[in-house]
Design a protein around this ligand. Structure first.
Ligand code: HEC
Length: 441
């Protein structure tokens, strides 16, 4: 796109002229570029964080100026795979505007002028504490997990007993990665049946190994997740997730090795609801139709298929609001789309991921919950690339792929966090957590 690039670079240079008089024709690092790096890159590109190099100083940025332009032009960085043109809008969306990209490009094409340090914005600071204040319950991995310097990414689940003697409504969850250098993302769930403890015992190291999910069971509840740059936001007023008494919090951590041995003990902070809970945040899914005794979703991606389509549909059976969505596929995922068709005939794109990247799967929270009236149809359309040309294909040569938990299996799920408009709980415990009452002897 050389022509578009030049136009963008020129338009930025011009607007700088008009707003700053005749001297400032080209963007400089301190006046223009540094702000962009602060806003979009430094959450990860600073010492001790997940990105492999820092982008704090002029030297660090100048050395890689060409790369900065190329990754932002291809929208590889900042990593935000969801479209920002359709779907959403989502909280914490991480994308450069055309203008910001134009600034970066014009700066690089002008040989990266440093400018006057007096123009620099104050350095960014990061809260090392809990931004929402001290949690009501802070849980940490009981034993730190030791990672080797190199090797494949690891996915492990750690079991954190809550010790709660009564159930609690949770209104916000935050995470503190123990070693942000290696913690690529965290997903949390709830187990109140001791199933995860069994898996933990069977694995000699702290926690237990998984690829995706939490092992061969569905957790009774979810607690959201964390990835670099994601801020903890409390649920809408009156909405909560229920944490039953005696339950365990399960942390699924995706580790990406840093080149040096590291030790991690990630913590989770739970904030209990201070107000009456009227609505439970429920997790619903849209998945391909299930079959067989085990009710496994039907999925068959033939070896070599470069654009295999998978579709699924789910109907919302009561007036509801959609709080967030989490698309899930494995390495062969190519693109992913969730649309809503409302009973009045209107349609709405909820999320569109044009280039699926297993490493940057995330959960997406809408800035404002989306109304889904009773009878709304949710349609999922996803494509998979099971050809030898897909560099992410874990099987060489490609083989037929079916539904499963393993790296070489696939999944296709749209998880959605939803509340029902007619629910008025007044704090009452969800029925699935109510124990059958024993009669007194
Ligand atoms: C959410 C964390 C995060 C943010 C925000 C982020 N990066 Fe990265 N970046 C990474 C990680 C992690 C890698 C290592 C490769 C990978 O895992 O994809 C990386 C790699 C890179 C690379 C190496 C080339 C490559 O393709 O691997 C460049 C260049 C880069 N980032 C530039 C940027 C720029 C410029 C920004 C801001 C506009 C930015 N990044 C924002 C996490 C981030």
């Amino acid at each position: 796109m050389p022509r578009l690039r030049t136009l963008l670079a020129l338009s930025v240079a011009f607007s700088v002229i008009t707003s700053k008089g005749i001297h400032a024709a080209t963007p400089t690092f301190h006046r223009d570029v540094e702000r962009i790096l602060q806003k979009h890159c430094q959450d990860c590109h600073r010492p001790g964080q997940v990105a492999p190099f820092s982008l704090l100083t002029y030297e660090q940025a100048r050395k890689r100026a060409g790369d900065l332009v190329s990754v932002t032009e291809r929208k590889r960085m900042p990593p935000w795979p969801a479209s920002t043109r359709v779907g959403g809008p989502f909280r914490d969306a991480q994308v450069l505007s055309d203008r910001e990209f134009g600034t970066l490009l014009a700066w690089e094409e002008a040989d990266c002028p440093q400018g006057d340090p007096a123009d620099a914005p104050p350095p960014r600071t990061w809260d090392s504490d809990w931004p929402l204040g001290a949690p009501d319950l802070e849980l940490r991995m009981s034993e730190p997990y030791a990672l080797s310097a190199d090797g494949a990414d690891e996915f492990r689940v750690f079991v954190l007993p809550t010790g709660l003697t009564e159930g609690k409504w949770v209104s916000a969850v935050d995470y503190k990665p123990g070693s942000p250098k290696v913690v690529h993302h965290v997903i949390a769930a709830i187990d109140n049946q001791g199933l995860a403890r069994i898996l933990d015992k069977a694995d000699p190291k702290p926690g237990y190994r998984v690829f995706s999910g939490f092992g061969a069971f569905w957790p009774v509840g979810m607690l959201g997740g964390w990835s670099p740059g994601k801020s903890a936001t409390p649920l809408p007023k009156g909405v909560g997730r229920y944490l039953p008494s005696g339950s365990d919090v399960l942390l699924q951590v995706h580790y990406h090795k840093s080149g040096k041995p590291e030790i991690d003990a990630t913590a989770v902070g739970l904030y209990f609801a201070k107000e009456t809970i009227e609505k439970e945040l429920r997790v619903k899914t849209v998945v391909p139709p299930v079959s067989g005794f085990l009710e496994i979703p039907k999925l068959h991606i033939p070896a070599g298929a470069a654009n295999h389509e998978v579709t699924a549909t789910e109907t919302i059976d009561d007036d509801a609001h959609l709080v967030g969505v989490t698309p899930h596929m494995h390495w062969l995922g190519k693109d992913f789309l969730l649309k809503a068709a409302r009973p009045d005939g209107s349609t709405l794109t909820l999320i569109k991921i044009n280039r699926w990247d297993f490493n940057w799967q995330g959960s997406y929270e809408f800035v404002e919950p989306v109304a889904l009236p009773k009878g709304t149809r949710i349609d999922m359309v996803a494509h998979f690339d099971n050809s030898a040309r897909n560099p992410a294909n874990p099987s060489s040569p490609p083989r037929d792929v079916r539904w499963g938990e393993q790296t070489t299996d696939e999944m296709c799920i749209g998880f959605f966090d939803i509340t029902f408009d007619d629910e008025h709980r007044e704090n009452s415990v969800p029925s699935r957590f109510r124990k059958a009452r024993r009669r007194a002897p």
